[in-house]
Design a protein around this ligand. Structure first.
Ligand SMILES: C[S@@+](CC[C@H](N)C(=O)[O-])C[C@H]1O[C@@H](n2cnc3c(N)ncnc32)[C@H](O)[C@@H]1O
Length: 247
């Protein structure tokens, strides 16, 4: 498998300069294990490292898990396993995190994840599934306490609909959806020619970035208009939406 682009994918921050770094500095440090995976991510996939979860996000997810006494988690989009290991760290010893990735875009990320899961003292809680996310969502057994949705944005609505249709979330469970502010692009999505026409270099990255903003905008509207759920779009990192089933 080849990675699609050698151009650097970097989203703008939704915060003014220095705020993100300040927040990281004034938060408790993450484990040495998570720091190592973050470093390996930068080394192995320098042009995509920005898509990995930030430390502030992993700490946030861990607090949701421990506060909620959660046992079973589903992650859609593994990448280098940074988020996966963070989720596993917070789960009890009998807990489980099922994590899905097809790795069609970058096999190097999979290598980092495999190594991270093998050496992690929490590796026994991790069940990687190598497949298309929608295929897995259509067959995986629920129910989950937490679902962390962090894959391709054009499919977000299909993922959301499948999760609800299949009752994959337990009644008081949480769906957490990443990148719902998309670097702030959601305010003024640009229209560029489809990204598929040029799959390499700066142009591909620029088009993909611009076009996915429309998908995120559509998804956000879809969720907030859905009476089956309650949503809170939090300004954490690049936007994280918490979704709960309406009771
Ligand atoms: C933003 S990254 C995930 C980051 C990860 N959650 C973390 O904590 O660092 C998105 C991942 O989703 C995967 N992905 C994208 N589209 C997918 C699809 N249709 N099916 C399965 N995986 C997909 C990509 O291969 C990529 O590794």
């Amino acid at each position: 498998m080849e990675h699609r682009s050698d151009a650097v994918f970097k989203k703008p921050s939704i915060f003014r300069d220095g705020v993100r770094e300040y927040a990281e500095r004034l938060s408790s440090p993450v484990s040495a294990e998570l720091r190592d995976i973050a470093e390996e991510t930068v080394k192995a996939t320098p042009e995509w490292a920005d898509i990995s979860t930030a430390h502030i996000q992993t700490s946030f997810l861990q607090m949701l898990i421990t506060t909620g006494g959660m046992n079973r988690v589903l992650e859609v989009g593994t990448f280098t396993g940074h988020g996966t290991v963070a989720l596993a760290e917070a789960l009890p010893d009998h807990g489980e995190v099922v994590t899905i990735d097809s790795y069609v875009a970058d096999k190097r990320a999979q290598d980092v994840a495999v190594r991270a899961f093998e050496r992690s003292p929490h590796g026994h809680k991790i069940k990687p599934v190598l497949d298309e996310a929608l295929t897995v969502l259509q067959s995986v057994e629920g129910d989950f306490d937490l679902i962390f949705l962090d894959a391709d944005k054009p499919n977000y609505i299909s993922y959301f609909e499948t999760i609800l249709a299949r009752d994959l979330l337990r009644p008081r469970g949480l769906l957490v959806v990443d990148n719902t502010l998309w670097g702030g692009e959601v305010l003024h999505p640009r229209s560029l020619p489809p990204a598929d026409e040029a799959r390499t270099g700066e142009e591909w990255v620029e088009r993909m970035f611009a076009n996915w903003a429309h998908d995120v905008v559509r998804f956000n509207k879809h969720v907030v208009d859905d009476p089956r759920v309650r949503a809170a779009l939090l300004t954490v990192h690049d936007g994280m939406t918490l979704v709960q089933l309406a009771s």
